[in-house]
Design a protein. Structure first.
Length: 332
């Protein structure tokens, strides 16, 4: 498998799409301006605008998208775009292309993470060998695992954000009946652990406390919490972090992620001031009878920008280092 350069990289989320150009294997990434997914009717239109801004005709494209990938195509879960890799390759006269699930790409990016792109969460042990896990909170909740197979990297994408999520303890049980579950008719992890989940959780907390309905969206909740650190919005964000820790601990057990858990996505760095790292680790490790095992699993927060783009660039430079079914998924 070969990805000829110049190469355009695309990270397509439910809210934002980010692009970068890599002109040669040893060239630095040239980032393009992020665009709002809703501002373009199709992925092809957004990609064409990015290519025009770069001023270089790409020979290859590697893209990741927030939705379940079927071969060479994907329908975004939280946006109106669909991506058909073969059609994109024809339209742009590409030599090659590849489409990944967004958290499949996040997992495959873990070997390319620089130490200064992350920070430990709490009294986290050093990374150990074993399965790694990446969890991200953004428009939705994503997760994927990474395993090493005979010296090559294999990603295990999931739809973990859509599993059922139940309350634990008296405080959460008081809030759960007030959560707005919307069209799905059930409470999934993503119901509360997402950007919109912040507002949903805050409204439920206010209702459980007997307060009037909150008019705040997620941006408003964060802004109010920053302005009033002792207020209810700040308490909502503290609970949000507690729920992230609990969910992450469950997923770490699901995958026996001895190689550590990395938290990414656009939401968590923005609400880092409300993270109590000691309480976070306590909730993460509270998984009897495996509490001792949980103390050995590292937790780190990505503090750099979009790390999926350099991670996908690493795939283009050394495709043989990754276990990907190129025959079934490559666009050419």
């Amino acid at each position: 498998m070969d990805f000829p350069f110049p190469l355009v990289l695309c990270d397509i989320g439910g809210t934002n799409a980010r692009f970068a150009l890599k002109s040669a294997p040893d060239a630095p990434l040239l980032p393009g301006p992020p665009v709002k997914t809703a501002d373009y009717g199709t992925f092809e239109a957004a990609l064409a605008a990015a290519v025009a801004a770069f001023g270089a005709r790409p020979r290859s494209v590697i893209a990741c998208a927030a939705g379940p990938v079927e071969g060479r195509s994907v329908k975004l879960t939280n946006a109106g775009w669909s991506v058909d890799g073969e059609a994109v390759a024809r339209e742009l006269a590409l030599d090659q292309g590849l489409l990944l699930n967004d958290f499949e790409a996040q997992a495959l990016s873990l070997p390319a993470l620089r130490e200064d792109w992350t920070k430990p969460v709490g009294a986290s042990p050093p990374h150990a060998r074993g399965t790694r896990l990446v969890i991200g909170v953004g428009t939705g909740l994503g997760a994927a695992a990474l395993v090493e197979v005979e010296g090559r990297w294999l990603a295990l994408p999931t739809e973990a954000g859509h599993v059922d999520f139940a309350p634990v303890g008296v405080d959460e049980a008081a809030i759960w009946p007030h959560l707005s579950i919307g069209a799905l008719g059930r409470i999934s992890a993503e119901t509360v652990l997402s950007g919109s989940g912040i507002a949903r959780l805050h409204q439920a907390r206010c209702a459980a406390l007997g307060h009037g309905p909150s008019p705040l969206d997620e941006i408003g909740v964060v802004a109010e919490a920053l302005a009033t650190p002792g207020g209810e919005a700040a308490r909502t964000l503290a609970m949000f972090w507690s729920l992230v820790a609990r969910c992450a601990g469950d997923l770490a057990l699901d995958f026996l992620a001895k190689g550590g858990v990395v938290f990414s996505g656009g939401v968590l760095p923005k609400i880092a001031p409300f993270l109590d790292e000691t309480k976070f680790r306590a909730r993460f490790e509270d998984k009897a009878p495996f509490g001792e095992l949980m103390t050995t699993i590292a937790t780190r927060l990505v503090v750099a920008g979009d790390v999926a783009l350099p991670g996908m660039a690493a795939i283009a430079v050394a495709p043989s280092a990754y276990v990907i079914d190129y025959a079934a998924r490559a666009w050419r």
